[in-house]
Design a protein. Structure first.
Length: 221
């Protein structure tokens, strides 16, 4: 066993992580509706339709957009905290299952997410190491789910950055409409990423539970 590594059930943290990731998906779904509301207003502006109620609709869309940004940020912050607690737990458990199967030290389970540039691939590598250590020795599990989650997550990061930049720089109805389209795409992709993250959490937790129950593990230190 690696020094300081001991087996602890990840189930409670996994369920909490699944709930908060579901909350992220729900706030993103709300954001998609808001994005479409912004799009409708921007489309009227771009087409030159200036009705009496357009100004009020525009103000309402701005307020909705601000509210969506707040709830998305709060949900994301909560999900980050809970997910990382779960991630660190399964990383330590994985050392119990396989002390020598990890390409990154334990501290990277947290630090990799916040380190620029390497956060684009270190977390995936750590996840794959945990995945392999938690899988049955005689039945290795495919990496397809992890790879799909990570690919969609990277796309969501890039799409969100592009949408935010486009919205901030929009000076006309046409530009605002284009930005709203990008926002719809970014939020929709983030929903998919959150759902895939839930599947990764649940699958990996089940693998660790099954491995812990399937055979002896080193005693705690």
């Amino acid at each position: 066993m690696a020094p300081g590594a001991w087996l602890r059930p990840p189930g409670v943290l996994a369920r909490a992580a699944a709930v908060v990731l579901g909350l992220v998906a729900a706030t993103d779904l709300f954001a998609v509706w808001v994005d479409l509301t912004v799009y409708d207003v921007a489309d009227d502006l771009a087409s030159g339709t200036y009705g009496a109620g357009l100004s009020g609709r525009a103000d309402h869309a701005d307020r909705l957009n601000a509210a969506a940004g707040v709830v998305q940020t709060v949900a994301l912050l909560v999900s980050v905290i809970v997910f990382l607690c779960w991630f660190h737990r399964v990383r330590v458990n994985a050392e119990v299952f396989d002390p020598f199967g990890h390409s990154k030290k334990r501290g990277w389970a947290i630090g990799a997410w916040f380190t620029p540039v390497v956060n684009l691939w270190f977390p995936r590598r750590i996840t794959l190491d945990i995945w392999d250590a938690s899988a049955p020795v005689d039945r290795p599990r495919s990496h397809r789910l992890v790879n799909a989650w990570w690919a969609v997550w990277i796309v969501s990061l890039l799409a969100d950055r592009a949408a935010f930049t486009a919205y901030r720089r929009a000076d006309s109805g046409r530009e605002l409409r284009d930005a709203a389209q990008q926002m719809v795409f970014a939020d929709a992709v983030e929903i998919v990423a959150a759902v895939l993250a839930v599947l990764v959490v649940l699958r990996l937790t089940r693998m660790q539970d099954e491995k812990a129950l399937g055979g002896p593990v080193p005693a705690a230190v």
